[in-house]
Design a protein around this ligand. Structure first.
Ligand SMILES: [Zn+2]
Length: 533
């Protein structure tokens, strides 16, 4: 076995272990959740019984509650009866305390009739249902051996059916598409003394800090936002000629009051130009096989953890699966010129072509004699595969971060071929292009095949096109042959605008439930926040 194969094996093993560990954690969460529900039901029954017996003596009250609990526990074949007296006693003196004393035994009892495998399946079903994928949750449980005899399963299925029936169709033309760049973990990137005036001002405009991102995510979640994929907004069909057609999806179903949102992240390459700005430097697998960030802190220590959007959003969705529709995460828009995810995968790192190797790249190569092009491509591919499994998608951001509006179609074609050769080989085929600099290949008017740039991209396999338009919370064109989405930038510039009363910025934030910006805005930025010249 070669060294490479051995490492591959170890990596696979770690990932498998991590998946198992994750499942276990999720299972525990489900059990905790179920225990809460069971406890609540018991509590309500006890309360009802207590209230109806209010006129009787306190001794009788205790007996009555005990008998209810005993019935409940014997029905389930559990062994809660020994704890019942204590629970009921504490209940008669303090309703609040009961909640803590009854719960664990009740729940453990409810799932204890299930084997470990059955509990694992149940946990999977609960997660699917939390992500509004009721059909998958139902069919998963119904496909299990002995389904009809497993009351936990049959009851869960009727719950899922009721929840599904209560969902309403999302008006896809009300769905906002927002995006972030890489996040700052410390103040270096905002500090002109460290990063220089231009870069500090630039970061102040287009970047958010990790704390800002976390607060915004939580506020959006509290507002009822749910992440969906851009492709969830449409129904895509392919005709006999192989041409694709789109129409609005009229059956994207979410519970009433939820607000669908598409999320993307631009420039996840960890460019050389980001060095020493408090931004992560690489996506890596941690010892559990989970995708995390490598980050070099101000003291020069290399840390691995939740230092950017990928691991932060993964963790948030693990904790709040109802923030994601069918496990949607976000679209990652990638250039190629410095590689992807912090891996130096562009061909220039291999060819060392002096006409194309820039100074940053030469300096980096000099500092990394251990670098292997093939290894970086292999490692980046593993990261991409793991992200796809997690529900992330990829898009082209053009290879060279080009201005699609002012670049000729010939140059855009050369650029796209470079992207295909140096990025698509890692992330796989994509049908989405998120133009760099917020540019676009047309104005508000529809694309058509007379537009040479559109014709080129369309013929190259792109169907979803994104620009930046913060002037309105939602901008979209769903046409027979393409989908076009205007994105709202959530960054220092826009936050500052909203804070200082810019009407469209205020409207964008209100639409997403982002509020009290002054309470979390990172004032390490140079203010006022203005676009550097
Ligand atoms: Zn960009």
């Amino acid at each position: 076995m070669t060294e490479e194969e051995r490492r591959e094996l170890i990596r696979k093993k770690r990932r498998r272990e991590a998946i198992l560990r994750k499942r276990k954690i999720r299972r525990m969460k489900r059990i905790a959740f179920f225990s809460g529900c069971a406890l609540l039901a018991v509590l309500i029954i006890i309360l009802v019984v207590t209230l109806t017996k209010k006129d009787e003596s306190s001794v009788k009250q205790t007996e009555a509650s005990e008998s209810v609990l005993s019935e409940l526990s014997s029905e389930d074949g559990t062994e809660a009866s020994t704890d019942t007296g204590k629970d009921t006693a504490s209940m008669s003196s303090d309703e609040g305390e009961v909640e803590n004393t009854v719960s664990q035994d009740e729940v453990a009892a409810d799932l204890s009739g299930l084997t470990a495998d059955q509990q694992s399946v149940y946990a999977q079903a609960q997660r699917l249902a939390a992500m509004y994928d009721y059909d998958s949750a139902i069919s998963l449980l119904q496909s299990q051996d002995g389904y009809d005899g497993i009351s936990v399963y049959t009851e869960a299925v009727s719950d899922y059916e009721a929840e599904k029936a209560a969902c309403v169709a999302v008006d896809v033309e009300t769905v906002s598409h927002i995006f972030f760049h890489s996040l700052l973990n410390d103040d270096r990137g905002f500090d002109p003394e460290v990063s220089g005036d231009f870069v500090a001002q630039d970061n102040g405009c287009w970047m958010c800090s990790v704390d800002e991102f976390n607060t915004i995510l939580q506020q959006m979640y509290d507002h009822g936002c749910v992440l969906v994929r851009l492709r969830d907004l449409v129904v895509q069909t392919t005709d006999e000629d192989g041409d694709v057609h789109f129409e609005k999806n009229t059956s994207l179903m979410l519970p009433e009051g939820k607000q669908a949102v598409v999320l993307s992240e631009d420039d996840l390459s960890y460019y050389h130009a980001y060095d020493n700005q408090g931004i992560a430097s690489k996506l890596v697998f941690d010892e559990n096989g989970e995708v995390k960030c490598e980050y070099i802190n101000e003291a020069g220590e290399t840390l691995v953890g939740d230092y950017d959007m990928v691991p932060l959003l993964n963790a948030f969705i693990d904790e709040h699966p109802d923030f994601s529709y069918h496990n949607a995460h976000a679209i990652i828009a990638l250039t190629g010129y410095n590689g992807v995810f912090g891996y130096r995968t562009d061909s220039v790192y291999k060819t060392l072509d002096p006409d194309h190797l820039d100074e940053n790249q030469a300096v980096w190569l000099e500092a990394h004699p251990e670098y292997s092009f093939e290894q970086d491509v292999a490692d980046a591919t593993e990261i991409a595969n793991a992200l796809k499994e997690e529900g992330w998608e990829f898009a082209s951001h053009t290879w060279g971060h080009r201005h699609a509006d002012t670049t000729s179609v010939e140059d855009l074609a050369v650029d796209n071929e470079k992207w295909v050769n140096t990025v698509e080989n890692i992330v796989g085929p994509v049908d989405t292009i998120i133009f760099a600099h917020g540019s676009d290949i047309a104005g508000d008017e529809d694309y058509d095949m007379d537009n040479a740039k559109y014709a080129y991209f369309k013929e190259s396999g792109y169907n979803f096109f994104c620009n930046v338009d913060g002037t309105t919370p939602v901008w979209m064109q769903i046409r027979d042959d393409y989908v076009r989405s205007g994105r709202v930038n959530i960054d220092g510039y826009r936050l500052y605008q909203a804070m200082t009363g810019n009407e469209s910025a205020v409207a964008d934030m209100e639409y997403l439930g982002i509020h009290d910006i002054e309470s979390f805005f990172d004032y390490a930025r140079v203010t006022p926040v203005v676009i550097p010249e």
